[in-house]
Ligand binder design. Structure first.
Ligand SMILES: C[C@@H](O)[C@H](N)C(=O)O
Ligand SMILES: C[C@@H](O)[C@H](N)C(=O)O
Lengths: 165, 165
């Protein structure tokens, strides 16, 4: 049986910016990420869940070296768009399970989350695709996360350094 | 210059389940997706943003044929975990821009969102990776989204049907 997960990737150089309560209408994400691109800020992941009552939160991660720039850009945009507060966390890491055809196996996601839970690691954010399950966790728990995930998926203990780092 | 986006994928057979206000502590995602896997429900994407005040929302999409099963499973779990309400929307579509090395180009995300905005399409959810920008939108706007995105990224008007459909 083909292994659903072929590697664990980690990026411990991330910072997360969250803009709370952006107006949930066309053009808002465009303005935000347009401004961010103008500022030469490289965005890694973007996560937005569906909002309630016409507003929603948007988070994105950047390389930690760009934390200040990203935070101030986000604050400027939040002001212009009538959003709520901006939160910054420079102590996060992104950990991912990578594989082909993981989608059909919701058991893979279940195992991924159960593995982190057993290690006492809180999952702050989740973003998945067919070939990748990514979570944002506390940077201090990144090493533990990589270790337990390798063990859970029967992988070599060489963690694959995320090319985004 | 290499084209950052090489294809537009669409899945118009999706339904979205959102569980509001899950307790934000280790083990919650594990229980939820463990139960979902047990029920044989195939999950496409999972999105969770960082919560406020010890709770957060988790959304996931499934094939529309599994809407009822996914919704009732989510409600059962929400009850057990002390979460808030469960929302179901069977009228969504997932639209994605796919490419290699998009991450370095936050201009790609900006163009993607601006293109949808100009067509009056509201972005309900966002989930990205280095090689894919995915959004959940109203199913009724999926055709427009695919058309305007092909045009914006200079692509053939043959949309690549998402293998998850
Ligand atoms: C919040 C933001 O994503 C908004 N819904 C938009 O379409 O731009
Ligand atoms: C909400 C859920 O993701 C929780 N934080 C967990 O770690 O399981």
């Amino acid at each position: 049986e083909k292994a659903p997960v072929t590697g664990i990737a980690v990026n411990t150089e991330e910072a997360k910016i969250t803009i709370r309560q952006l107006p949930d209408q066309p053009g808002v994400a465009a303005k935000l990420f347009g401004k961010i691109a103008e500022q030469g800020i490289n965005v890694d992941i973007i996560v937005q869940n569906i909002g309630a009552e016409k507003a929603t939160d948007v988070s994105f991660t950047v390389n930690r070296s760009q934390t200040e720039k990203a935070a101030s850009t986000a604050k400027a945009i939040a002001g212009e768009l009538g959003a709520g507060s901006v939160e910054t966390d420079a102590k996060v890491a992104k950990v991912s399970a990578v594989g082909i055809g993981m989608r059909a196996s919701s058991g893979t996601a279940a195992r991924f989350f159960a593995t982190l839970a057993e290690a006492g690691i809180n999952v702050q954010m989740i973003s998945t695709s067919e070939i990748r399950i990514s979570v944002i966790i506390d940077e201090g728990q990144a090493n533990d996360a990589v270790t337990v995930l390798h063990r859970a998926f029967g992988l070599d203990t060489e963690s694959e350094k995320d090319p985004t780092s």
